[in-house]
Write a protein that binds this ligand. Structure first.
Ligand code: DGL
Length: 269
């Protein structure tokens, strides 16, 4: 059996990263975990998000993956370093790739970042952007209304359009040329976001750059899947598997099989 790339998120948001991995690395098998019963992570404390992330990583390690992807900005901000130092396989987060992608695109060196309260409060994007490009101007905005819309499958509705427009209004006066979608759920709403921000602001989604980093790590470590059989991806969630499956199939445009994990998370630790 081939070794999978384990991908985790608080819910369906990490599917935006999983989809990009499937596109860029079609031979790789994905093991996905969405903690839908406990989403959103955004309003939770750093220690709680770290605790949940550790529980999920312990669960995923039972399946012997070759790599772990924290496809959640909130979990990356709270848990990337502690998880990296507790496991022996590569662990990849989404914040540094997102920051790199923005630096590639910005001309004005004035970048916006939207994310959960946890991600924005952590200052992780400001730090990642400053590390690469000192002196860059960064405006952060927490958008707590977005994740529940996506988790409930309401991301194509008129009320989603209105909520996106109202939530992004504080950025209207800023001279941004790039807006980092600093939450993996946000690409579900990117059509409404483009409408609200106008054509001069490029939306930066970290999924593409994250998949590229995964690819580089696989190649550097000669860890690519050697088989030419199509991979069988596996999906786990802690909440309603029907709702998860509906959103996942619509996003990934393929049929998927979802297993609900209940109770197991508390047992692994
Ligand atoms: N998708 C996640 C992120 O990138 C978490 C959203 C949430 O659960 O609040 O931050």
């Amino acid at each position: 059996m081939q070794q999978a790339i384990a991908v985790l998120d608080s819910g369906v948001g990490g599917l935006t990263v999983a989809g990009e991995i499937m596109r860029q690395l079609p031979k790789e098998q994905i093991l996905y975990f969405g903690d839908t019963a406990r989403a959103p992570y955004g309003p939770r404390s750093t220690s709680e998000v770290l605790h949940f992330t550790k529980q999920i990583v312990d669960f995923l390690l039972l399946h012997r993956p070759k790599m772990i992807v924290l496809a959640c900005n909130t979990a990356t901000a709270a848990a990337l370093e502690p998880i990296r130092s507790s496991v022996t396989i590569p662990v990849i987060g989404v914040i540094e790739p997102g920051a790199r992608a923005a630096i590639k695109h910005t001309r004005s060196r004035t970048v916006g970042v939207i994310g959960t309260e946890g991600t924005i409060k952590s200052g992780a994007y400001v730090k990642a952007l400053e590390d690469i490009s000192p002196g860059i101007r960064v405006t952060g905005l927490a958008c707590p209304a977005f994740v529940p819309l996506v988790e409930q499958g309401l991301y194509r509705t008129d009320s989603a359009r209105r909520i996106v427009r109202e939530s992004l209004a504080p950025l209207a006066g800023e001279q941004l040329d790039c807006l980092i979608l600093g939450c993996t759920h946000y690409p579900f709403l990117s059509g409404f976001m483009s409408e609200a921000m106008g054509p001069r602001v490029k939306l930066i989604n970290s999924a593409d750059e994250t998949a590229r980093e995964i690819s580089a790590v696989l190649y550097a470590g000669s860890m690519q899947n050697p088989s030419s059989e199509p991979p069988e991806h596996r999906f786990f969630c802690s909440g309603d598997p029907v709702l998860f499956g509906r959103i996942a199939e619509a996003w990934l445009r393929r049929p998927i099989d979802v297993t609900q994990v209940t109770g197991m998370l508390s047992k692994v630790r």
